[in-house]
Design a binder for this molecule. Structure first.
Ligand SMILES: [Zn+2]
Length: 284
């Protein structure tokens, strides 16, 4: 109570405890597997310092949602992928079965629990949701929410997150109390939470700006790293800059320098290329 205050402390105390759940252990919040490494700590501290990250528009949007604080926090937890799905628990406790407790058809990842599970999909479809919001396959929940936020305005997005929050609660009712509720009940509970709930449409300005397709820099594919470099020669000196970014424009490394060398432009570019290869090599 001293740390969290009365309200949040009370909520913590009310969290149901699984009888056959994993034992408590320390988890490093900033790594998907929960393991601490100095590299991930350095990355996290750097991000805090510069205030940028792979989902910076998403984080700004979360706190603008027109909904209850607990639902904003739920959305923030989606962004960090820290909701305790069975797949998440299985990463920490290897003998844990990661199959979905509701449909049993697939591993219960976050995207499965909120979007792909038949039970979740039934709720999302109940209110006549535009099918564009459910199209495509996503690995991370945050990528799906970002896509939806590029189609919905802030009010509709707030309602959408409220529906997801209710889907997660109905999933918890099944896991902790073995109660499975009808999709209609879950949807109507979400609608009752929002004062002027409206079915999601694609008519208004989206919450997140659409990606600028005319930008000179093009993202690499998922899982790839792209290194850009350039060099300039002036007054018998050459200078170069290198930057390595992933598919989210997240900066993974950079290097720059000035040398007293009277190269021509081609040799300067070649030098920058060599330094780029070294940067890639040093970080593999
Ligand atoms: Zn399922």
């Amino acid at each position: 109570m001293e740390i969290y205050g009365d309200y949040m402390g009370d909520q913590v105390c009310k969290i149901p405890i699984l009888h056959n759940g994993p034992n408590d252990s320390r988890i490093w919040f900033h790594c998907p597997l929960g393991n601490y490494s100095t590299k991930s700590a350095y990355l996290w501290l750097s991000l805090r310092h510069v205030g940028l990250g792979p989902h910076r528009f998403f984080w700004r949007m979360v706190w603008k949602l027109q909904t209850l604080p607990k639902i904003r926090i739920f959305c923030w937890r989606i962004g960090h992928d820290i909701l305790p799905t069975y797949e998440k628990i299985c990463n920490i406790r290897r003998d844990f079965n990661s199959d979905c407790p509701r449909c049993g058809r697939d591993k219960e990842t976050l995207i499965h629990a909120l979007k792909d599970c038949l039970r979740a999909r039934a709720v999302l479809m109940h209110g006549g949701l535009n099918s564009k919001l459910l199209d495509g396959s996503h690995y991370w929940g945050v990528d799906w929410i970002k896509k939806v936020a590029r189609l919905l305005d802030l009010k509709a997005l707030s309602d959408f997150i409220t529906v997801l929050w209710n889907i997660w609660n109905s999933r918890n009712n099944k896991v902790f109390w073995n109660m499975e509720e009808d999709a209609k009940v879950t949807w109507e509970r979400a609608a009752a939470l929002s004062y002027d709930f409206r079915i999601f449409n694609l008519l208004n300005e989206p919450s997140l700006p659409k990606p600028d397709v005319n930008k000179g820099w093009r993202k690499p594919n998922q899982g790839m790293v792209k290194i850009n470099f350039d060099a300039v020669v002036k007054d018998r000196k050459m200078s170069f800059g290198i930057i390595a970014r992933d598919h989210d424009c997240f900066v993974l490394g950079r290097h720059a320098g000035v040398l007293n060398r009277n190269y021509n432009a081609e040799w300067a570019e070649l030098y920058a290329l060599e330094e780029s290869i070294k940067l890639a090599w040093d970080n593999t």
